[in-house]
Design a protein around this ligand. Sequence first.
Ligand code: SF4
Ligand code: FES
Length: 246
Amino acid sequence: MKLTLKIWRQKNSEDKGKMVDYQLDDVSPDMSFLEMLDVLNDQLVGKGEEPVAFDHDCREGICGTCSLQINGKPHGPDSLVTTCQLHMRKFNDGDTVYIEPFRAKAFPVVKDLIVDRSAFDRIQHAGGYISVNTSGNTQDANAIPINKDDADKAFDAATCIGCGACVAACKNASAMLFVSAKVSQFALLPQGQVERERRAENMVAQMDAEGFGACTNTGACEAECPKGISLTNIARLNREFLGAKL
Ligand code: SF4
Ligand code: FES
């Protein structure tokens, strides 16, 4: 396939940035999207030009770093896949592909397609954990029976990889789907009860402090989430937060 790529280039966080056109021939439909960018970067380096900076790590849909806005959609045109799992067979010969970083005030661009998502880390630090004694006298996990339905819901929430697609998809750049997943994975389990109230309060307060917008229930986050995190988690977060305040 021959593709025209329109890629956001930005030297650093101060630079204004602009879209730059590149032509790429011989793109295999079996390449992943990131492999296609690797080929482009090889060619740029060969010509003595600066390669396109983009984030990636696992390339298996696990780490959540490969967050790109492709033709206006977080993680591109496919459903329930991350950018690293998107394949070029989803595009056609002669296509023009727009590649941009995720856009949100709380995700400032570091360089080209890389954004700073440390706001998510700070939200996690505010309460997205449980305090457990690991000094050698820990209880066996199976000693506490857990209702299967709750275990399944907690597991589904725990599959959130913190990619930020929910924020990029939302017209308000809201992080509610992410925060709700991180609150739900503990709120549903006995191990998460001790810090339950302050977890909801502190994580929501940090989310607001980071500059994420409010949720107006449009559902774009759920539609674009590569892990299928459900909006029902946002309803749970609202209940958790209200319960904590009361
Ligand atoms: S809720 Fe979905 S879209 Fe948002 S950070 Fe988690 S995995 Fe990514
Ligand atoms: S590189 Fe880890 S999820 Fe894509």
